[in-house]
Design a protein around this ligand. Structure first.
Ligand code: NAD
Ligand code: LMR
Length: 340
């Protein structure tokens, strides 16, 4: 007599074998913070992604319910749930890609930096788990403040001796998604036709859209440039205020996270020409981390692109962005070094 759990395990194995025979690459993906506002829609969208064969859902609360729910979807990925720190190792073992949206979100009146004290500790613990159980996985870090959590994750991996800068990617795709949407509105285009590079970091003035490099090539009046830059830089706050205490962007973030994770998986599969913006270790400026376009490949961010030509407005914006970003990186990484 097979228990429900044994039957589920054996059908999961049959599905995985079946997919392997069909030549599907079938990547293994873990979501840490999978029961949260971002985590749940992100888990659902990853369950629908044909590149995913196994999906591990980890959280400190509610992951069994989310897992049971998603496991009834008739898509290929096999879903397994993991609850609490004693199951972190099992959640992470064998993973190709780890997506981290764990941590507290902002409320109106807060900056992303206000989340640092809580989220730094969460990211530290989770990255220690990655270093131990899947040191070769690509990490997509969503938890805020991204400008500081990425340097923190780098410190954890360095301490564990597993740091590979190509595999640690801060997710800034939501800034690009917003920029594409707002620019398309101004130009009267379908947002799917618009690509706006957004560089720098992921907070306030560190979010620097390069409107001079928009595709298709477009020109903007000074008023349009000012409006678009401000709206893109404050897109997160716009949602936080509209949600009025019930959290920050979750649905658009889940969409953006899946767009980015899918690009990472296509890179891992060996597809050519996969380029996205991300906050990574960088030599593009004098700062150790910076968001620019990167080329994603079998080993992560294999190429970090230069900024390209900037206009005067963007050059001024770049100086402001670097000043603020330098503070976030330096302050947080030195704070962290003292507590590791
Ligand atoms: P949420 O509170 O709805 O969900 C967070 C989840 O993390 C919860 O389920 C919680 O139980 C879980 N969690 C807490 N501690 C954990 C731990 N130690 N291990 C595993 N899971 C843990 O918050 P949310 O709206 O999903 O936002 C999550 C984070 O993402 C926030 O820090 C937010 O600021 C950030 N965020 C980033 C971007 C971006 O563009 N990078 C966009 C939106 C939100
Ligand atoms: C966003 O840009 O929506 C996120 O970083 C969440 C926030 O706090 O604004």
């Amino acid at each position: 007599q097979l228990s429900n759990l044994q039957m589920e395990e054996s059908s999961a194995l049959r599905i995985a074998e079946c997919r392997a025979k069909g030549g599907s690459p079938g990547f293994k993906v873990a979501i840490l913070g999978a029961a949260g506002g971002i985590g749940q829609p992100l888990a659902m969208l990853m369950k629908m992604n044909p590149l995913v064969s196994v999906l591990h859902l980890y959280d400190v609360v509610n992951s069994p319910g989310v897992t049971a729910d998603l496991s009834h979807m008739d898509t290929g990925a096999v879903v397994r749930g993991f609850l609490g720190q004693q199951q972190l190792e099992s959640a992470l073992t064998g993973m190709d890609l780890v997506i981290i949206p764990a941590g507290v979100p902002r409320k109106p009146g807060m900056t992303r930096d206000d989340l640092f004290n809580i989220n730094a500790g969460i990211v530290k613990t989770l990255c220690e788990g990655v270093a131990k159980s899947c040191p070769n996985a690509i990490v997509n870090l969503i938890s805020n403040p991204v400008n500081s959590t990425v340097p923190i994750a780098a410190e954890v991996f360095k301490k564990a001796g597993t740091y590979d800068p190509k595999r640690l990617l801060g997710v800034t795709t939501l800034d690009v998604v917003r920029a594409n949407t707002f620019v398309a509105e101004v130009l009267g285009l379908d947002p799917r036709e618009v690509i706006v590079p957004v560089v720098g970091g992921h907070a306030g003035v560190t979010i620097l859209p390069l409107l001079s490099q928009v595709k298709p090539p477009s020109s903007f009046t000074p008023e349009e440039t000012e409006y678009l830059t401000n709206r893109i830089q404050n897109g997160g706050t716009e949602v936080v205020e509209a949600k009025a205490g019930a959290g920050s962007a979750t649905l658009s973030m889940a969409y953006a996270a899946v767009k980015f994770a899918d690009a990472c998986l296509r890179g891992l599969r060996g597809d050519a020409g996969i380029v996205e913006c991300a906050f990574v270790a960088s030599q593009v400026t004098e700062l150790p981390f910076f968001a620019t376009k990167v080329r994603l490949g079998r080993t992560g961010a294999e190429e970090v692109f230069q900024l390209g030509p900037l206009n005067e407005y963007e050059r001024v914006g770049l100086e402001k962005a670097k000043k603020e970003l330098a503070g976030s990186i330096q302050k947080e990484s030195s704070h962290f070094r003292s507590v590791v």
